[in-house]
Write a protein that binds this ligand. Structure first.
Ligand code: ADP
Ligand code: MG
Length: 256
């Protein structure tokens, strides 16, 4: 059965999508079977995996509303080597439309159940809010990967996310836990980055992943080619870091 992870942080622009897409590609490179779920109406993970969000017959939106199943809505990412449950702007409406549905925070979990045996990993790219969509991600997952930039305000939003995860763990999904904090867009030349990074290690201990993702322009360029950085320029520092992160995750799930 697949291990299911949310990539979450309620801040925007912190590297969630880059992490979800490149971890998916990094895991695929070491022969892991991966499903990437795009749970953000912006559809950035979908596009970054080389799938045109404007040409979807069905998407995660239909899946959440019970109008399609994952098997019909999923696509194969040719540039990444994994499957994608894609998203586009339609998904923004799901939040409101789901209000009337039973069991509305567990719609994604139930949908993923049907394909779980086909994958080693399911990665869920969450939107930048603690919304009903994110709640669906958290209810479906075994754990949360939290990407963070090592900057002054990084820790500020973290407590809201940690509290939400605790509540979901207590009331809705006893399996859920924080797998780890991933330092991303890291610039080792900045003293502040090193200070915040050391603080994170002090406070969170082995909940901080060993792998550090550097700031690397190739990772930022790759999406405009519809490719994960990992396959766009495999030898770049950013790609190498995400490949290492994939290996770290494979080790990590052995103890879960
Ligand atoms: P989020 O999904 O949290 O909103 P993104 O993954 O979309 O964040 O990243 C925000 C921006 O930062 C994007 O333009 C992305 O290309 C860029 N970016 C993310 N990670 C890196 C990195 N390690 N190095 C350079 N640019 C990055
Ligand atoms: Mg994103």
């Amino acid at each position: 059965m697949a291990k299911i992870f949310c990539v979450a942080n309620q801040k925007g622009g912190v590297g969630k999508t880059t992490t979800a897409v490149n971890l998916a590609a990094g895991l695929a490179k070491i022969d892991q079977r991966v499903l990437l779920v795009d749970l953000d109406p912006q559809g950035n993970a979908t596009m970054g995996a080389g799938i045109n969000k404007a040409e979807l017959e069905s998407s995660v939106y239909e899946v959440l509303l019970g109008l399609a199943d994952v098997k019909t809505a999923r696509k194969s990412s040719e540039t990444g080597g994994f499957d994608v449950l894609p998203a586009n702007r339609e998904l923004a409406g799901a939040e409101v439309e789901m209000v009337e549905l039973d069991n509305r925070e567990k719609r994604l979990k139930d949908a993923i159940n049907a394909v779980e045996s086909e994958y080693d990993f399911v990665l869920i790219d969450c939107p930048p809010a603690l919304s009903m969509l994110t709640l669906n991600g958290l209810c479906a997952a075994h754990g949360v990967i939290i990407p963070m930039q090592c900057e002054y305000y990084a820790l500020e939003g973290l407590s809201d996310l940690v509290n939400t995860i605790k509540k979901v763990h207590g009331k809705l999904n006893p399996d859920l836990r924080i797998i780890g904090l991933l330092r991303v867009m890291f610039d080792p030349r900045m003293t502040l980055s090193q200070q915040v990074s050391a603080q994170l290690e002090q406070h969170f201990g082995d909940k901080v992943f060993k792998t550090i993702i550097p700031r690397n322009v190739r990772l930022a360029e790759a999406p405009s080619y519809g490719m994960p950085g990992v396959t766009f320029d495999p030898s770049s520092k950013g790609a190498q870091a995400y490949i290492s992160f994939g290996a770290e995750m494979v080790e990590r799930i052995k103890t879960m």
